[in-house]
Design a protein around this ligand. Structure first.
Ligand code: CMP
Length: 143
């Protein structure tokens, strides 16, 4: 079964959106298999966002994601990677459709509420970085 890494960013945690976001994925029918509220160390932030290292906003990105707690999650389900990206909406809130998470709650590209893996390779890498093979629970949600 496909898994993805989703993370409520510090702005989402601060604005009390964890419940709303979890609820959307639960209601869609996906299964939560791992979750933790955590403060990201700088080294982990730099590794997670390594592909953006050369971008002018890299420093800002790392500062922001380490500025307060995040809610890191692993969700499971058919096509969960692509579907979660659709539910999140476009990265830049000026392009994110109404009804999507960013379309409803985000106003700037830096503070865009949620991160989600963009491919199976990213999902595997990000789940490994944040959960290190621990804290994931296998269970039958229909039992
Ligand atoms: P995310 O999906 O977490 O992955 C990379 C992040 O970089 C992206 O969400 C945005 O929040 C952030 N980002 C992209 N472009 C900019 C920008 N121009 N300025 C600040 N942050 C940006």
């Amino acid at each position: 079964m496909e898994k993805t890494f989703l993370m409520v960013k510090p702005d989402g945690v601060q604005r009390n959106l964890i419940g709303e976001i979890v609820s959307r994925f639960e209601k869609k029918g996906f299964q939560l298999v791992g979750a933790k509220l955590m403060q990201i160390p700088t080294e982990l932030a730099e590794e997670h966002y390594g592909e953006h290292k050369e971008r002018p906003f890299f420093g800002e990105l790392v500062d922001f994601i380490t500025s307060g707690p995040v809610f890191a999650m692993v969700w499971q389900g058919d096509n969960v990677i692509a579907t979660a990206r659709q539910m999140m909406g476009a990265t830049n809130p000026k392009d994110s459709a109404p009804g999507t998470i960013r379309g409803e709650y985000a106003a700037t590209v830096g503070k865009n509420i949620i991160h989600g893996s963009d491919s199976p390779e990213s999902a595997e890498r990000e789940i490994g970085l944040f959960f290190k093979g621990e804290g994931l629970v296998e269970y039958n949600k229909d039992a």
